[in-house]
Design a protein around this ligand. Structure first.
Ligand SMILES: [Mg+2]
Length: 381
């Protein structure tokens, strides 16, 4: 069945209040929704990104000027072959590289092809991925973004944590990287608010040094953390591996690694205890499934980075069909949460801290294309 149309919709969702983590501040949530249509009119949606702080025109150009031409006229079911055509060795996208942004762009097309295939076969994507392993997946609430250019106070952290516990989440992930004193005060406030039984994860967004973490490693361990995410610059795998073997808190990373080749190096070096590929960064559904399978050979669980719209649906189908699933990241406080509600309503909402893959064909989402038009940035219509 031939692919007859490929479209990339740029979307920018303005935030009421600028959000912050240890890497910076942003005032809108940007992404690209990909729509691929086949000759019989069946279509599927994918997602590229997300990109806070700009850059969506670059990703749109990657699709419009390069990747669309590589898949138009091809068989929509040939997902593996098309992935290799777009990203494999010696292909015509080679000049755009085999790491980084181009992988995100390819992921958007790959996810759309999975959605399309599922709709065409009247089968949910998780069935195409091997069937259901998990009826439901524990979701942890991820948030604690700073407001208006400053990190949260301990009191604000405690209030946010209590809100998540009231919604039924079994764990929360908070931002750190704002100085040891502030980080530990915020962490203490959250542990006191949650009590001893709920999980706490912390995300440093690469802002610590090896010695920073060693200085506070015992303090962190005392809070019984589920994991510490991206403590160090992610490309220093030797330092990550040394840290992982030196501290009691499990180390997690993955949102900034692309393709199975980078994850191979992470796993061979035993640089993490938990892998966190983002399906819309790491190469799409099949590539992330391969990363999960490879991690299982090291007995490393999968807790993917999920900060997306269509990517939420793709991630949950993957998690439902994957044995080494640990948990789903679930963001309710960011622009991506409001944007996905605008795009496809209440699907994939957490229920008492659990998420599950629906039995509808494809990804099981129905995109409101009026919302794609509404949130298209001025100058890109
Ligand atoms: Mg992170």
């Amino acid at each position: 069945m031939k692919i007859t149309d490929v479209r990339a919709f740029p979307v920018a969702f303005p935030l009421d209040t600028p959000a912050q983590d240890a890497t910076g501040v942003w005032d809108s949530w940007n992404t690209i929704i990909v729509k691929i249509t086949a000759e019989d009119g069946t279509f599927g949606y994918g997602e590229i990104g997300p990109i806070h702080g700009g850059g969506i025109a670059i990703f749109k150009a990657m699709v419009d000027d390069k990747l669309a031409g590589m898949v138009l006229g091809e068989d929509a079911f040939d997902r593996e072959r098309l992935y290799e055509k777009m990203l494999g060795r010696g292909t015509s996208s080679y000049a755009l590289g085999q790491k980084g942004a181009i992988v995100s762009a390819v992921a958007g097309i790959d996810i759309a092809l999975w959605d399309l295939a599922g709709k065409s076969l009247e089968t949910p994507v998780y069935q195409l991925l091997g069937g259901r392993v998990h009826e439901k997946i524990p979701a942890y609430a991820s948030g604690f973004f700073g407001k208006s250019g400053r990190p949260l106070t301990p009191g604000e952290c405690a209030d946010e944590a209590k809100g998540y516990a009231d919604e039924g989440f079994k764990g929360v992930k908070m931002k750190v990287g704002f100085g040891h004193r502030q980080d530990l005060l915020n962490l203490e406030a959250v542990r006191n608010a949650l009590g001893p039984d709920l999980g706490i994860m912390v995300d440093a967004n690469q802002s610590y040094s090896y010695h920073d973490v060693m200085k506070i490693a015992d303090d962190l361990a005392a809070f019984d953390l589920t994991f510490l995410e991206e403590p160090l610059p992610i490309n220093d795998l030797d330092a990550m591996a040394a840290l992982t073997s030196a501290v009691k808190v499990p180390i997690a990373a993955g949102e900034n690694y692309y393709t199975r080749f980078e994850f191979r190096d992470v796993l061979v070096k035993r640089a993490v205890n938990i892998v966190q590929p983002d399906i819309i960064h790491a190469g799409g559904i099949a590539e992330t499934k391969k990363i999960a399978a490879m991690a299982s050979a090291w007995n490393v669980p999968l807790a993917p980075h999920i900060h997306a719209t269509v990517g939420v649906a793709a991630s949950i189908h993957l998690l439902a069909s994957t044995p080494n699933t640990l948990a789903a990241e679930y963001i309710t406080s960011g622009g991506s949460y409001k944007l996905r509600q605008a795009l496809y309503g209440q699907a994939f909402m957490a229920d008492d801290g659990w998420v599950s893959a629906p039995d509808e064909p494809g990804l099981g989402i129905h995109i409101n294309e009026d919302a794609l038009e509404r949130f298209c940035p001025a100058g890109m219509k």
